[in-house]
Design a protein around this ligand. Structure first.
Ligand code: B1M
Length: 213
């Protein structure tokens, strides 16, 4: 029963039917389907299939964009449910996708999960230049700068943000967290970031731990 609706969510997402995806996600929630399963086996599964087709030139940018919109609509229904009752951390995070990079689905998931942990997230959006991360962290007194990158060509911008934090004299005051499909633990060590996590849920856990420390 739940497998059928998850399959439908995945299929409608691949077709870019945002309204149908939203309604199906609402129905799955009402039917008591596990929220993490809706995210992983419905929404992310559909996005994964689109990703593979994109790579093989079976679908192109417009199809991927409408699928991404459907993904964001579906995920927005889950947002309040991803909050873990009673697990409250207090802290502020500046979050964005690095300069030159327009991918925001992973970043939006990281935001949702962090907010679910009680953290305040200042969302700088996509294509964020290093100086904007720094200005915002200073202005808002953030404990964490969190960056997402999806392209091998843009992940180098993470190092630019670290250098800009050093130049601005705030490197010791903030933890720098990085993630995104091409990013690895080895890269984290190479650029002297503080933390790499492979997914949004573990990013939120690490951020909450930093803010409690
Ligand atoms: Co783009 N794209 N894209 N794309 N796109 C990829 C990333 C690609 C792998 C596709 C492919 O060829 N197989 C490829 C990158 C190749 C590379 O560099 N290695 C690629 C390319 C090449 C491009 C363009 C250059 C294509 C072109 O124009 N010729 C172009 C670049 C535009 C730009 O950014 N300047 C481009 C454009 C686009 C769209 C605009 C059409 C669209 C983005 C829409 C949007 O985001 N609103 C798009 C999409 C959707 C994808 C794929 C299909 C899906 C990405 C996604 O959202 N995944 C992607 C293929 C794929 O990944 N299979 C692809 C779902 C999302 C939940 O995963 O963001 O990885 P992800 O987040 C994960 C983890 O990585 C982690 O948490 C999430 C899971 O919980 N995570 C973090 C993410 N950020 C984190 C931060 C953290 C911790 C964890 O701490 C701070």
């Amino acid at each position: 029963m739940s497998e059928k609706i998850l399959q439908e969510i995945s299929e409608q997402l691949q077709k870019g039917k945002a309204k149908a995806v939203k309604e199906l996600v609402e129905k799955a929630v009402a039917d008591g389907v596990n929220v993490k399963s809706i995210l992983d086996d419905g929404l992310l599964s559909g996005m994964g299939i689109i990703g593979a087709k994109f790579k093989n030139n079976e679908v192109f940018v417009p199809e991927v964009l409408v699928a991404a919109r459907a993904m964001n609509m579906g995920a927005s229904v889950l947002k309040p449910l991803l909050a873990e009752a009673g697990v409250e951390a207090s802290g502020k995070v500046c979050l964005g996708t690095v300069k030159g990079d327009l991918h925001d689905i992973g970043k939006n998931l990281v935001k949702m999960m962090m907010e679910g942990k009680g953290l305040e997230v200042i969302d700088l959006g996509t294509d964020v230049p290093p100086e904007k991360f720094i200005e915002s962290a200073k202005e808002n007194d953030c404990q964490i700068i969190a960056m997402s990158a999806l392209l091998t060509t843009t992940m180098a911008a993470m190092q630019d943000v670290i250098e800009a934090a050093k130049t601005a004299g705030i490197r010791d005051d903030v933890k720098i967290m990085i993630g995104g499909a091409p990013v690895t633990q080895a890269y984290c060590e190479q650029i002297n970031a503080d933390c790499y996590t492979p997914d949004a849920a573990s990013a939120a856990e690490a951020a909450a731990a930093f803010c409690k420390a």
